[in-house]
Design a protein around this ligand. Structure first.
Ligand code: ZN
Length: 266
């Protein structure tokens, strides 16, 4: 069975075999994605990913043979986005607020007997707290909380969509903008886009925004050629709906592969 969690009635929920059910909780964000893409980019992608995961699982014969249910929880639309707070429109939970929201969802699900939860992480900034909650909920509540990163950004098929020379593409760049275009092209204003680069990263040096010597980044660290904070990494100008379709499709495929592997061990 693959269903949306909140579409079930109480009686139907009582019938669900909780031990053999995976509850997928998609984690979105409301934060700036450059001049061209909407504040809800991550939440839009989260909703689309869940839709595609449900479809792909439904068509997967291997999954049909497994005696496992998947319930998809509503997207949590706001996340931990402190790195974008100085840009207009971004809204972040405080770390302690977000921790408690994620923990309380695990607690609520655990109380009804669910033992396996997946946080589908659709905004990288949510990951650190999701990891802390995953360990704490497992220790306190006996609930396994798996993490799936929603973007297949290192897949060769996805990498092939990036325009030549656009090496730093990640937040608010070509890939994310393309994904929004595949969902609803009218939400993107590509003509207003300006590329952003990380001001502290140097080729051949160890210091970066995510390596072994790191300064976790803030939006202001990403600047235009003129040195103005722009808050995005990469050049969105080459984004198309076709590229976005490939990235969403590949990302859903990778997520489904992860879900299948989780299903085998629950
Ligand atoms: Zn994003």
């Amino acid at each position: 069975m693959i269903k949306e969690y909140y579409n079930l009635t109480r009686l139907q929920m009582e019938q669900v075999g909780k031990n053999k059910t995976l509850v997928i909780v998609p984690l979105g964000a409301v934060e700036q994605h450059g001049n061209q893409a909407p504040l809800g980019t991550d939440t839009l992608i989260a909703g689309e990913m869940v839709k595609r995961i449900r479809t792909q699982l439904g068509e997967n014969n291997e999954f049909k043979n497994q005696d496992v249910n998947v319930l998809t929880f509503p997207v949590i639309p706001v996340g931990y986005s402190v790195e974008h707070q100085n840009f207009c429109g971004s809204v972040s939970f405080k770390p302690e607020t977000y921790y408690h929201i994620l923990y309380d969802i695990c607690d609520g699900l655990g109380r009804h007997g669910f033992k396996n939860i997946v946080f589908l992480i659709c905004h990288g900034g949510n990951r650190a707290l999701a990891e802390v909650v995953s360990r704490q909920a497992r220790q306190d509540l006996g609930v396994k909380v798996f993490l799936i990163a929603s973007g297949a950004f290192s897949s060769p098929r996805v990498k092939a969509t990036i325009s030549p020379g656009n090496e730093m593409d990640f937040h608010g760049g070509e890939m994310e903008t393309a994904m929004v275009m595949a969902i609803d092209e009218s939400l993107v204003d590509l003509e207003s886009s300006v590329p952003g680069n990380h001001k502290y990263t140097r080729k051949g040096k160890k210091l970066s925004f995510g390596g072994s010597v790191a300064l976790p980044w803030m939006g202001e660290d990403f600047i235009t050629e003129e040195g103005k904070p722009i808050g995005i990494g990469g050049d969105p100008s080459g984004a198309t709906a076709e590229k976005g379709e490939i990235i969403l499709d590949e990302s859903a495929k990778e997520a489904v592969q992860g879900i299948m592997e989780i299903a085998e061990i629950i």
